[in-house]
Design a protein around this ligand. Structure first.
Ligand code: NAD
Ligand code: UDP
Length: 326
C-alpha cells in the first residue's frame, strides 16, 4: 500500500485530495494546523484504517516515522482575505514549510508535489498565461506575501530537483471552487453564493471587468493526480480556460440562485489581477488532461452544497478570528 502525506488536509483542496488518494488505495497521512481549515472536512475519514491525522504546523520541523512514497504540499492560506490577515504565516508556510517538506521527501526518498498557483503570474501582461511566462508580481505589494512565497516554493523545489535529484512536481492551480470552501473565506464563489442565500446584494469589486477562469474541484483533483503520477518535472497549469468577467459571473450567480439581488460595487483591492486564463496546452500534451465539468454544472453542485448548510453556518458572516495565531 502506497503511503502518502497530504499537508493542508483539513482545507478545501487538501480534503478532496485525501478522499481521492484513499479511493486509489493509498494509506493517507493528513497534516494540518487548522489555521484556515476545518476538521469537519475530513471527519468522515477518521474511522478509516488507512487514514491518520497529525495536528501540526509544517513551518516547524516535520517528523514522521516509517516509509513514505508521496508528499502533496497543500498547506497555505489561499484566500486573499486570509493571507492578508496572516501575512507572516503565509510567507513561512510557502518558504519554511516547503523547505521542511522537501527535506522530509529527501530523507524518505519520496516523490513530492507542491501546490503553486496562477498568482506566480501576478497581474499578467501575457494572455492567456502559459508556463513559459515569468509573471508580473510586485514583491512588496499586499499580495506579495502569497505570490512571492509561492515563487520561492517553485525555486527551492527545482533546486532540490537539480541539486539533490529529488523527484518533484509543481502544479500551478488556477481559481478552483467546490464543496468545503469556507462560506466566509472571502473568495468570490462562496462570497456571491453566501450573499445570494442570505438575500444580500452581491459585492462586485471594481467595475467587474477583471476576468477569472473557474475550475471545478473534481477536474482539479484529476489534474493533480495525473501530474503526480507522471514523470513531468516542470510546472504545469491546471485550470479551466473558460474565462468570464466578474460582473458576468455575478449575473450568472443571480440567475442560478433565482434571487432578485442587486449588484453593488466596492473598491477593487490593490494589485487584484485584471485578467487570468490558463493556457493548458502542456497539461493536455503531457497529462492528457482537460477539464470536463462546465461552469454551469459545477456551480449548480456547489450551490446545492452551500444550500445544505445549517442556517447558523449561513449567517456566520464574520471572518475567522486569527488573533491566537499571530
Ligand atoms: P484552504 O485554506 O481551504 O486550505 C489550506 C489548508 O492549509 C488549511 O486547512 C490550513 O489550515 C492549512 N495550513 C495553512 N498553513 C499551515 C501550516 N503552516 N501548517 C499546516 N497546515 C497549514 O485553501 P485551499 O483553497 O484548499 O488551498 C490549498 C492549496 O492550494 C494552497 O497551497 C493554495 O495556495 C493552493 N491553491 C489553491 C487555489 C484555489 O483556487 N483553491 C488556487 C491556487 C493555489
Ligand atoms: N471579488 C469580487 N467580490 C467579492 C469577492 C471577490 O468582485 O466579494 C473579485 C476579486 O476582486 C477578484 C475576483 O473576484 O477580482 C476573484 O477573487 P478571489 O478572491 O476569489 O480570488 P483571486 O483570483 O483574486 O485570488
Amino acid at each position: 500500500m502506497k503511503k502518502t502525506l497530504i499537508t493542508g488536509a483539513a482545507g478545501f483542496l487538501g480534503s478532496h485530495l485525501c478522499d481521492r488518494f484513499i479511493a486509489e488505495g493509498h494509506y493517507v497521512i493528513g497534516m494540518d494546523n487548522l489555521i484556515t481549515g476545518d476538521l469537519k472536512n475530513i471527519a468522515h475519514l477518521f474511522p478509516l484504517e488507512n487514514f491518520e491525522f497529525h495536528h501540526h504546523d509544517v513551518s516547524t520541523f516535520v517528523h514522521l516515522e516509517g516509509e513514505l512514497d508521496y508528499i502533496l504540499h497543500f498547506a497555505s492560506p489561499a484566500s486573499p482575505i486570509d493571507y492578508l490577515k496572516i501575512p507572516i504565516e503565509t510567507l513561512k508556510v510557502g518558504s519554511l514549510g516547503t523547505l521542511n517538506l522537501l527535506g522530509l521527501a529527501k530523507q524518505k526518498n519520496a516523490r513530492i508535489l507542491v501546490a503553486s498557483t496562477s498568482e506566480v503570474y501576478g497581474d499578467p501582461l501575457v494572455h492567456p498565461q502559459s508556463e513559459e511566462y515569468f509573471g508580473n508580481v510586485s514583491p512588496i505589494g499586499p499580495r506579495g506575501v502569497y505570490d512571492e512565497a509561492k515563487r520561492f516554493m517553485e525555486s527551492i523545489t527545482m533546486a532540490y530537483h537539480r541539486h539533490h535529484g529529488l523527484d518533484t512536481r509543481i502544479v500551478r492551480i488556477f481559481n478552483t471552487y467546490g464543496s468545503r470552501m469556507r462560506l466566509n473565506d472571502g473568495r468570490v464563489v462562496p462570497a456571491f453564493m453566501g450573499q445570494a442565500l442570505r438575500g444580500e446584494d452581491l459585492t462586485v469589486f471594481g467595475d467587474g471587468s477583471q476576468t477569472r477562469s473557474f475550475t471545478y474541484i473534481d477536474d482539479q483533483v484529476e489534474g493533480i493526480y495525473r501530474l503526480l503520477m507522471s514523470d513531468y518535472v516542470e510546472p504545469v497549469n491546471i485550470g479551466n480556460p473558460d474565462e468570464t468577467t466578474i460582473l458576468e459571473f455575478a449575473q450568472e450567480i443571480i440567475k442560478l440562485t433565482g434571487s432578485d439581488q442587486k449588484i453593488i460595487y466596492k473598491e477593487l483591492p490593490k494589485d487584484d489581477p485584471l485578467q487570468r486564463q490558463p493556457d493548458i496546452s502542456r497539461a493536455k500534451e503531457v497529462l492528457g488532461w482537460e477539464p470536463k465539468v462546465h461552469r454551469s454544472e459545477g456551480l449548480k453542485k456547489v450551490y446545492d452544497y452551500f444550500k445544505s448548510l445549517s442556517p447558523e453556518e449561513l449567517q456566520k458572516k464574520e471572518h475567522r478570528d486569527f488573533s491566537n495565531n499571530s
